[in-house]
Design a protein. Structure first.
Length: 108
C-alpha cells in the first residue's frame, strides 16, 4: 500500500498546523493561510480538511479551555503527529527532486 494521499489544500492546512505549534485552531489556521497565500479561505473548508487529516492520523486534537470571549465555548486545538511530519517531509523531498530535475530552458 502506498502513502496516504494529501490534496493541495490539506497539505497547506497540515503545514499551517505545524507552523502554529499547538495554537492551531480553525480561525487561526484560516487567518494564517489567508495571510500567506492571499487566497480566500473558507473556515468550513479548513474544518473539513482538519477532520480529514485527523481521520488519516496526520493531526490530533484536544479541546482547550472555555473562555469568556468565546461565550464559554472551547476551542479544538490541533497538533501535527509524527506521521503527519513524516508525510510532509516525504512530500517536500519529492517536490525538491522534481524541481531540481527541471531542465534549464531558454525562452529567448
Amino acid at each position: 500500500m502506498g502513502r496516504p494521499y494529501l490534496g493541495e489544500f490539506e497539505e497547506l492546512v497540515l503545514l499551517t498546523v505545524a507552523v502554529l505549534e499547538g495554537g492551531a485552531y480553525g480561525v487561526a489556521i484560516a487567518s494564517e493561510l489567508k495571510k500567506r497565500t492571499d487566497r480566500i479561505i473558507s473556515l468550513s473548508g479548513v474544518h473539513i480538511a482538519l477532520y480529514r487529516l485527523e481521520e488519516k492520523g496526520f493531526v490530533k486534537s484536544v479541546l482547550g479551555g472555555a473562555t469568556n470571549e468565546r461565550g464559554g465555548r472551547r476551542k479544538r486545538l490541533f497538533n501535527i503527529t509524527a506521521l503527519g511530519k513524516r508525510t510532509l517531509d516525504e512530500m517536500r523531498d519529492i517536490r525538491n527532486e522534481l524541481w531540481t530535475s527541471i531542465p534549464k530552458l531558454s525562452f529567448s
